[in-house]
Design a protein around this ligand. Sequence first.
Ligand code: ZN
Length: 381
Amino acid sequence: MTEAAHHIREGDARALARAATGIENRDPQALETLRDLAPFAGHARIVGITGPPGAGKSTLVDALATAVRKQGKTLAILAVDPSSRLTGGAILGDRIRMQQHYADPGIFIRSMATRGSLGGLARATANLAQLMDAAGKDYVIVETVGVGQDEIEIAGLAQVTVVVLVPGMGDDVQAIKAGIMEIADIFVINKSDQPGATRVEQELQAMLSLEHGRQPAIVKTVATTGEGIEPLLEAIANVSPRSHSLTVSSPTIDHLGIAVKSLEESIAFYESLGFRVSHRETVSAEKVQVAMLPAGDSNIELLEPSAPGSPIEKFLAARGPGLHHIALKVPDLEASIASLQSTGARLLNAPRRGAGGHMYVFVHPASTGGVLLELIQESTN
Ligand code: ZN
């Protein structure tokens, strides 16, 4: 176990904050600390909170934080803004909160904004949630700033998703994006002391009555006074958590790449064993014809040169037909690349986008013990 991991398990708030920053920056050492801590995770309740701007989400989260602390439990608040890079606004939000919960080591607060791709932000959020869980926090609240598709996606990764609405949205209950209805475990009608609260509730009930099966709870709150916050906390505790997507997965074998002289002959051979071709294409950039044959969770990838000068043609000339490369699917390609580079491994290309839209990179056999390795970014969906 890294020293940082020890400190974090002992409740060192500064070590936790440092590791969180490291994880956001995809620092290999911080990611190693996270791997060390992973076995301690799995106890926190991870709650996503989303809803349109002006719904009072931040106030609601602060009221929840106070209620959680009153129960003697601890929490982390991750405020995620996929729509912007870290701005003064997000930092200001932090400062106001820090004043309120000043010097309370039972609350960890962090604002996160886009660092390139949504996938990157989703991964960083997942990693941070796991870190907080492993550090012993009882609740991890992932609060998204807006209500765009990206926010919905991130909030929906939590075990329990709370959608916050307010009166005076006009026909906005109808206008709320379809995706938000599907991910909600709990609807909160905040500012429920204002006129129109009953109407929002009726619209919501009418809408939900059209859905079959899952019935999300509806909780009315006034976050500024704390009204309804305890029932909300109870509702959060009562939802049976859905599969926990906010976790770090380990690498898997995506496919074995085999160089062949004739795609047709090889396909016939594998078909005789019961395999079926799921996908065929010519990748002109790599001068190769590819056939994919699913094998459980992995695939066999048959490769035939499609044009002179193809790397597969060279491989066949030098080594003859046979295993050409092994492709691993990794949860965080950027982090894998960073950690390979820190050990001096030789990459054969800058990350490239492959046929299926996935980013991939090749690692030279000299750095891997003799096998050409292809690393593929696992889908973030
Ligand atoms: Zn491949």
